[in-house]
Design a protein around this ligand. Structure first.
Ligand code: TGC
Length: 390
């Protein structure tokens, strides 16, 4: 794979890898065990240049999609929860403001978010609207004086309890009609905004997910993301595209780390008189894992280069998100099994990665959402709704 990347791209990947080796790897088992998100590393991530990494202007790093992908891969080799923070901050919250925000909204939030001085979250999913955001029940109503008043709730929202700003998607028209959905930039200290941590969790334990409650949250008319690109569901979906793109690369980092754990363990673990790496069955598994990881990297690389040149379609993103995530979870589980009983200890990474990847395969579009996105593209028939017509 090395020959596919420039010297500059490789040096960015190595810089992030050494950050992960120094700051994350020695601590991650403890954080995971304690369900602790290490908030203190956020400014360090800002200095590393990975917050809003692929966004241009407004003090954002302005790196390419491939460079962002390589960084996501290195971060997720550490832990999916930490890569998720970087995705939520950069690909969702910052990208919503960058793509759809007014100049004032961009100037106010993007420079400090790129430095890690302000934390963002992205509220789309609701307790009763997961795969089907068009059915959201959070409502924004505009009053005669121009103010917006938002009521509703959001669920599974990363970092909402420590965020300074939330991008809240709300219905401004009829419930069930995606065309009325609009985004709002909500400072989290606005009266009526609260966030409650969801626990206990068996996945992404070194990360925080929350339920947000919006109780008569009053905002000025300028709080809405004003651009036409944000009218309707294509507003949030255009941000999900960015986060899903990062996942295509990120999950291969978790797979690579699981593979390395199995390889290293096989070097020193002796059974039946010799180390595991001498056994043909162990080697066959390592070989299959290496082939799958290389294929996943090639897919990520191909989609990344296209994103940097001709652009990519939602179907390309669905292909990468669907396949690389399920490949990665299979590798993490196989690696766990290759570690035998020790594989269930937090001293080794594969089961932690496998558990994390259960979340990753679910958020930003489940396997089924991506299969149906591809199914619609292949057949021309939408099959999302049992009632048909979509
Ligand atoms: P559909 O009729 O297909 O489309 C509605 C409008 O959206 C446009 N569109 C897209 N635009 C850009 N990129 C995409 N990928 C797009 N997909 C659709 C479409 O062109 C249309 O635009 P317009 O202008 O014609 O109105 O919408 P649908 O409701 O039938 O969608 C079907 C489906 C299932 C594909 C979609 O609902 C979907 O992707 N569902 C999955 C939602 C999802 O991934 N949710 C996870 C959110 S993650 C979260 O909230 C927490 S953030 C993570 C964290 O905090 O940790």
């Amino acid at each position: 794979m090395d020959s596919l990347f420039s010297v500059e791209e490789k040096s960015i990947a190595l810089k992030v890898r050494s950050f992960v080796d120094r700051e994350i790897r020695p601590n991650i088992a403890q954080w995971y065990n304690d369900a602790h998100f290490p908030r203190e590393i956020i400014p360090e991530l800002g200095k590393l240049g990975v917050l809003g990494m692929h966004l241009k202007g407004f003090d954002c790093p302005g790196r390419s999609a491939v460079e962002y992908g390589l960084a996501a891969q290195e971060l997720e080799a550490g832990d999916s929860g930490l890569r998720t923070f970087v995705s939520v901050q950069g690909s969702l919250a910052m990208s919503a403001i960058h793509k759809h925000g007014s100049l004032d909204q961009r100037l106010e939030w993007l420079p400090k978010m790129a430095k890690g001085e302000a934390i963002g979250c992205f509220g789309l999913t609701e307790p009763t609207a997961g795969s089907d955001p068009a059915s959201m029940r959070t409502v924004a109503k505009q009053e005669a004086g121009g103010d917006w008043v938002i009521n509703g709730s959001k669920r599974w929202i990363g970092l909402a309890n420590i965020a300074d700003v939330a991008i809240i998607w709300a219905q401004t028209g009829e419930i069930g009609d995606g065309r009325g959905v609009r985004g709002f930039v909500v400072p989290t200290n606005t009266p009526g905004f609260s966030a409650e941590v969801i626990e206990p969790k068996l996945s992404m334990r070194a990360s925080i997910q929350c339920e947000i409650h919006l109780d008569n949250v009053r905002l000025p008319s300028t709080a809405m993301l004003p651009l036409d690109s944000a009218v309707g569901l294509r507003g949030p979906f255009s941000c999900l595209n960015e986060a899903r793109y990062g996942i295509i690369w990120g999950v291969m980092g978790a797979a690579r780390d699981s593979f390395n754990a199995a390889l290293e363990y096989g070097n020193y673990r002796t059974q039946f008189g010799t180390s595991l790496n001498h056994f043909q069955l162990h080697q066959a598994k390592l070989a299959d894992m290496a082939v799958a990881i290389n294929k996943g990297y090639h897919l990520a690389h191909h989609i990344g280069r296209k994103k940097d040149t001709t652009g990519i379609t939602p179907e390309m993103i669905s292909t990468g998100k669907l396949d690389n995530t399920r490949v990665a979870i299979g590798i993490a589980r196989d690696a766990r099994a290759m570690l035998g009983g020790n594989g269930i200890s937090l001293d080794y990474s594969p089961l932690r990665h496998a558990n994390n990847l259960e979340s990753v395969r679910t958020y930003e579009g489940t396997d089924e959402v991506h299969q149906l996105t591809l199914g619609r593209f292949i057949t021309g028939v939408g099959a999302f709704s049992a009632a048909g017509g979509n």
